[in-house]
Design a protein around this ligand. Structure first.
Ligand code: NAD
Length: 414
């Protein structure tokens, strides 16, 4: 059978298994296998050349039994209805795993922001908010940044919503600039969360981080901050990569130098001659491998050759279901994306809480609260995995989906 590379159907499969293990019947799966709401919008934008271009956008709300839905807005040429749906389901799982009072949501616009001027991007961002305004809001559905959207785009979106609402609404969106109510620590939160999860996983495998060799695929927001945190902890980051190639040094790479030289898209390898391929990078000798770039990187084809004893998925969906099975059979501890990369949504939640109370925390307070959430989440998932003798992905889905299933049951939806 062909390997399943479809994020939506493979997510549905694991949700189904998780609900069965939790003892729910088919009707709960029928409720949770798709978002409750999926809005498709057309957004007319006056381009700089005077012509109007109409963009297609989406907003999916997977389930709001627990509370408002929450999730990023992606601006990318490959955005599709199916991708947005799958990502909204993952947000439900992440919120459940770190125990946030949210359901999952996600949005996207089919566009290429790299080809657009700042003015065009601003008009598109404001247009997206106007087009989706009936279903989003601080107590309904709270957007955030995702691929190719950033704090500036969040600021325009918040401003547009505040104008429509006729009062300042910082809690409408997270990932804002600090001066507009953004949270300290939000930009590094995903990498901080992955670092905490790596430390917890290493403890379970008796690996001392100071002696550990780490390979990280991807040197963008998630991968580069992670490399920095790991090297600050004394680990040897022996390999890193970007879309153009990979760097390897068994003695450990100079991460501060690479951070200094990388561009805003996370590219750095083009400055070097002795590079290796991303394919070779994944199969390097190391203790901990962190895919932090794109999906479908660990497959049935290379899973047998992975040498790490721990794989931590910082990216969304880097491992296919076949590769998950192979890595688990080989005794490799695979920490799934829905747990490992939940630091971002956790600090987004902290941002929303601070906006609602109008009282702001120091970065130390944010990091302390993040540490507590991530350690508890790892513990819960690890305990379910070991006590039920199942893999960490299925365990994470069980922990993640339980709260939404319970809330749906109490509300009398199923
Ligand atoms: P980013 O755009 O900042 O960086 C992506 C990095 O991956 C870049 O270094 C890029 O060169 C590299 N890359 C792109 N295509 C590649 C390819 N084909 N092979 C190898 N490398 C390639 O993205 P990011 O924010 O760091 O996100 C990376 C992953 O982490 C994504 O899967 C994202 O969904 C996930 N994630 C990120 C966050 C966050 O807060 N940034 C939160 C949750 C999950």
């Amino acid at each position: 059978m062909a390997e399943n590379l479809n994020l939506f159907t493979s997510t549905q499969e694991v949700i189904k298994k998780a609900l069965q293990k939790l003892g729910y019947d088919e009707s709960m799966y029928e409720l949770l296998k798709e978002p409750l709401r999926m809005l498709e919008v057309r957004i007319p934008v006056k381009m700089d050349n005077g012509q109007v271009k109409v963009f297609t956008g989406y907003r999916a709300q997977h389930n709001d039994a627990v509370g408002p839905t929450k999730g990023g807005v992606r601006f990318h040429p490959n955005v599709s209805e199916e991708e947005v749906k799958a990502l909204s389901m993952w947000m439900t799982l992440k919120a459940g795993i770190v125990d946030l009072p949210y359901g999952g949501g996600k949005g996207g616009v089919i566009c290429d922001p790299r080809q657009m001027s700042m003015g065009e991007l601003e008009r598109l961002s404001r247009g997206y908010v106007r087009a989706t305004s009936q279903i989003v809001g601080p107590t309904k559905d709270i957007p955030a940044p995702d691929v190719f959207t950033n704090a500036q785009i969040m600021a325009w979106m918040m401003d547009e919503y505040s104008r429509m609402d006729e009062f300042n609404s910082p809690g409408f969106i997270t990932g804002k600039p600090i001066v507009l109510g953004g949270s300290l620590g939000r930009d590094k939160a995903t990498a901080q969360g992955v670092t905490i999860v790596i430390e917890e996983a290493a403890k379970r495998r008796n690996i001392d981080i100071k002696d550990a060799r780490i390979v990280i695929q991807g040197f963008g927001n998630a991968g580069s901050f992670l490399a920095k945190f790991m090297s600050d902890l004394g680990a040897k980051v022996v390999g890193i990569s970007d879309a153009y190639g990979a760097l390897y040094d068994p003695e450990g790479l100079d991460i501060d130098y690479l951070l200094d030289r990388r561009d805003s898209f996370g590219t750095v390898t083009t400055l070097f001659e002795n590079t290796i391929s991303n394919k070779e990078l994944l199969e390097l000798e190391c203790d901990i491998l962190v895919p932090a770039a794109i999906e479908n990187q660990l497959t049935a084809e290379n899973a047998h050759r992975i040498k790490a004893s721990i794989v931590v998925e910082a990216a969304n969906g880097p491992t296919t279901s076949e590769a998950t099975k192979i890595l688990n059979e080989r005794g490799i501890l695979l920490v799934p994306d829905v747990l490992a990369s939940a630091g971002g949504v956790t600090v987004s939640y902290f941002e929303w809480v601070q906006n609602n109370q109008g009282y702001y925390w120091t970065e130390e307070e944010v990091n302390e609260k993040l540490l507590k959430k991530m350690v508890e989440a790892f513990d819960n998932v690890y305990t379910v995995a070991t006590s039920r003798n199942i893999d960490m992905r299925l365990a994470a889905y069980m922990v993640g989906v339980r709260k939404t299933a319970e809330a749906s049951r109490f509300r009398g939806w199923v």
